[in-house]
Design a binder for this molecule. Structure first.
Ligand code: ADP
Ligand code: MG
Length: 339
């Protein structure tokens, strides 16, 4: 596509882009790419050419991070690079897909090679961990925005979808929720800031191994990006069922407890905070043991936090058997970022 005024150089009077700056940045990216056998052609042509294994379907996920909306201003470029890929690998994990390739669409306010190299340090560190090859993208000028598309493979018929939860299934969550939201809350409040919580916000760990281990075990799965209740709500609607959760069973991190001694606020962070990138999934009670064992083999804890029920709606019960109302009257369980 011809580009107008969005190349990284100053717009030429005839409205054609100044390509040299853009190509220099792309060359910096290309130089750092690790090869992968199934990439016939990566960065440098009009499209990448990729080999797909027979019997597998492609899983494709795209997520964009915009400055000031999806990350605090001043976020380190390496953290941004990591997170831009992590949120997409998390989506593939939630489908039970094995990540293979990604593309990167970068919109930059200026051509700053040092910024780009630091950004690539973060993105490519995570890419290496999962043997993901960066195979193409786009580079333009404008307000800082990073969009990654991740592509992965899953055997036909084995993907973990949102619409398979059944009455009687157990509801599970991997790891612990609320820590990233706790860091965001501390950053907004401007008071004490906990480094362990901040790491969970800046460097989320996509649960790729867990997603693969849950193939054939989970009936439905979603990654928690907008808050546990909001994202479980998507599963319930897609599956046409309801659920009840036990507050007392929610896994809680010591760091979160120390930073947020007020139980109501802490529960709100755990249930409504977002940016967790844990997997919330459902499975029949008969698979309770196998689920625990499969996740233990990936070195990840998973906790059963409730049950799928007939009907619709999502109820949360406290330890005394009362319905949990949220940190304040009228608290909206489903409003992302309600805390
Ligand atoms: P075209 O104008 O044909 O779309 P571009 O000049 O935009 O080509 O890109 C040239 C090559 O560089 C393509 O292979 C494209 O995929 C790749 N590319 C551009 N920007 C990026 C980026 N930010 N990350 C990875 N690859 C990129
Ligand atoms: Mg292009």
């Amino acid at each position: 596509m011809p580009e107008r005024h969005d190349g990284l150089g100053p717009a030429a009077p005839d409205a054609r882009p100044a390509p040299r700056v853009e190509f220099e940045l792309i060359e910096r990216i290309r130089r750092r790419i690790a090869p992968r056998a199934d990439v016939e052609l990566g960065i440098g042509d009009d499209a990448a050419l990729l080999h797909c294994a027979p019997g597998q379907v492609l899983a494709v996920a795209t997520d964009t991070l915009n400055a000031g909306v999806h990350f605090p201003p001043g976020t380190a470029p390496a953290d941004l690079g990591w997170k831009a890929l992590a949120v997409n690998l998390s989506d593939l994990a939630a489908m039970g897909a094995e990540p293979s390739w990604c593309t990167l669409s970068l919109c930059l306010p200026e051509a700053d090679p040092a910024w780009l190299e630091a950004f690539l340090d973060g993105l490519l560190a995570l890419a290496r961990e999962h043997r993901v090859a960066l195979v193409g993208g786009d580079t333009t000028r404008g307000p800082l925005s990073v969009s990654v598309t991740a592509l992965g493979a899953v055997p036909a018929g084995q993907a973990l979808r949102r619409d398979g939860a059944k009455d009687g299934d157990e509801v599970w969550i991997t790891g612990r929720t609320g820590e990233a939201a706790g860091a965001l809350r501390q950053w907004r409040d401007g008071g004490a800031r906990d480094a362990a919580l901040r790491l969970r916000l800046d460097r989320p760990t996509p649960r790729v191994g867990a997603g693969l281990a849950l193939r054939g075990l989970a009936t439905a799965c979603i990654d928690v990006s907008d808050g546990l209740l909001a994202d479980l709500g998507h599963v319930l609607r897609a599956s046409g069922v309801g659920a009840r959760l036990a507050l007392a069973q929610l896994p809680v991190s010591p760091a979160l407890c120390a930073a947020f001694p007020d139980a109501d606020l802490r529960h709100a962070l755990q249930l409504g905070g977002g940016d967790d990138y844990e997997l919330c999934f459902t499975a029949p009670p008969a698979r309770h043991g196998p689920v625990e064992q499969a996740l233990a083999r990936c070195g990840l804890e998973a906790t059963c936090i409730g049950r799928i029920e007939p009907g619709t709606g999502l109820q949360v019960w406290d330890a005394a058997g009362r319905p949990w109302a949220g940190p304040a009257p009228g608290w909206d369980h489903f409003a992302a970022g309600a805390v």
